[in-house]
Write a protein that binds this ligand. Sequence first.
Ligand SMILES: Cc1cc2nc3c(=O)[nH]c(=O)nc-3n(C[C@H](O)[C@H](O)[C@H](O)COP(=O)(O)OP(=O)(O)OC[C@H]3O[C@@H](n4cnc5c(N)ncnc54)[C@H](O)[C@@H]3O)c2cc1C
Length: 502
Amino acid sequence: MPPPPDEPQPYDELPSYDKPPYDEPVPHDAPPPPDEPAPYDAPPPSTSVLRTGGSGPAAPPAARGGRDGAVRGNPLSAPAPRSDDVDVFAAHDPVRAVAGDAMSDVLVLGGGAAGLSLVHRLVAGGAGGVTLVEAPDGPGRPGERTWCYWDRGGGELDEAVRASWGRLRVHGADGGAVVVRPAPFTYRMIRSSALERLVHGRLVRAPGGRLLRATADAVRATAHGAEVDCTAAGGRRITLRARHLFDSRPLPALPPARTLLLQHFRGWFVRTDTDRFDPDVADLMDFRVPQPRHGLAFGYVLPLAPDRALVEYTEFSRTPLTTPAYDAALAHYSRRVLGLGAFSVEAAEQGVIPMTDARFPRRHGPTVRIGTAGGATRPATGYTFAAVQRQSRAIAAALHDGRRAGGTVAAPRPYRRRTLAMDAVLLRALDTGRVDGPTFFTDLFRNVPPLRLLRFLDGVATPWEEWCVGLRCPVGPMLRTALELPFLPRRPLAPRAEESRR
Ligand SMILES: Cc1cc2nc3c(=O)[nH]c(=O)nc-3n(C[C@H](O)[C@H](O)[C@H](O)COP(=O)(O)OP(=O)(O)OC[C@H]3O[C@@H](n4cnc5c(N)ncnc54)[C@H](O)[C@@H]3O)c2cc1C
């Protein structure tokens, strides 16, 4: 009986370090040390999209098929209690904060999926002295996002789960549908505002728990851990100190890679005039959409009620689309493919996830990098949330057990080496067009038992399971690509700013 996917990952190398701790102060934006990948000379204009994502403006009127064309308030986006308006740290202890005498046991920079998950895990385990620094509202802070993952439920995140689905469907380009039941697992959706509410609430109730709304700037190593300069509201400067520092802030640039594809998408939260959705079935990949000349495209439907759903259009390709181009693709998918009839768009969500075989160092000076910045995004799928949960569990356990080396707790590998090697092959095979994406993914769902496939997609399959999945792949093109990869250098690759050509 294979272990369930939510069991702690048997990391290949735990503990492991990318490099020894620094003696010298290391500002966050300082040039990386020699073994660190060099950033791009100049970040391309589109780099910022890699850091953003979230609820955007609703579709323009032309793209709406609504009864009245009105964009109604989205109940999913109902404002969370605004713990974010409060500088909780300063409210508790303004003098010490301003005096720069604030010492925590654990300091987490960035309160997105990874920062929130780690704080949640630490606080749930009874840890005290945890400080979370999250950027104030503004350009540096992503909007509301939807995070989905597989789980069997009964976990600590249940409170934040907005919806779950017991059946998953994939539509091939030929129109044929495959439906799988991954029981006991369900596909689950968490809204970022719900996770924030849950974690912020627990953090500020925990002993020594602090939430600070500020921009974290320079990071320095100290004799007892690390020190971080922050800028809070009104330009107030605060220096925080901690024994352990975890950083989920987006990297200024992607590390060098052999392949870089972008998973880019826009979704509409739609409300239909009549019941059009089965709330127990999520459409993971619907390839009945026109395919781009490079890469692949699919629809993604997460029903929230018989008349409400998140309907997305996604591409894996080299360049994001413009918002009007996404809206045109969504309008076509909603009307022509799904046949939704009359509907209105209540909110929109848009994002870009880099899919790359770059190596993401997990240590940078006194900092342990977590989340996407620490390589938690699975190269071949873009899924991150499940790996972030495993990473958070492992870090919390290591801190709890006092497992550390060089004064710093180990950052476990988010994925095994062989998983990353397989992903590198698949990414390049997709990028070169040697493998037909829609056929590849549809065949996986047609031919691989659901639980094995979910474990594979989560990056926790056993070697035997991976071998079985490998047999279902187009062997010739994959083998050719695997033989070619060792001879290709990793180099700086920038996402292109212009719209993808069709
Ligand atoms: C729209 C969207 C939907 C996604 N859906 C899924 C999904 O369904 N399933 C899945 O597995 N993955 C999904 N992903 C991929 C991945 O899970 C997310 O990108 C996830 O948010 C990554 O978590 P993170 O903590 O690494 O980064 P983020 O969530 O981006 O968190 C980084 C945080 O750092 C903060 N920050 C930045 N700079 C500073 C600073 N100087 N000081 C203080 N704070 C700072 C930001 O405000 C942000 O909150 C999605 C991505 C996007 C963009």
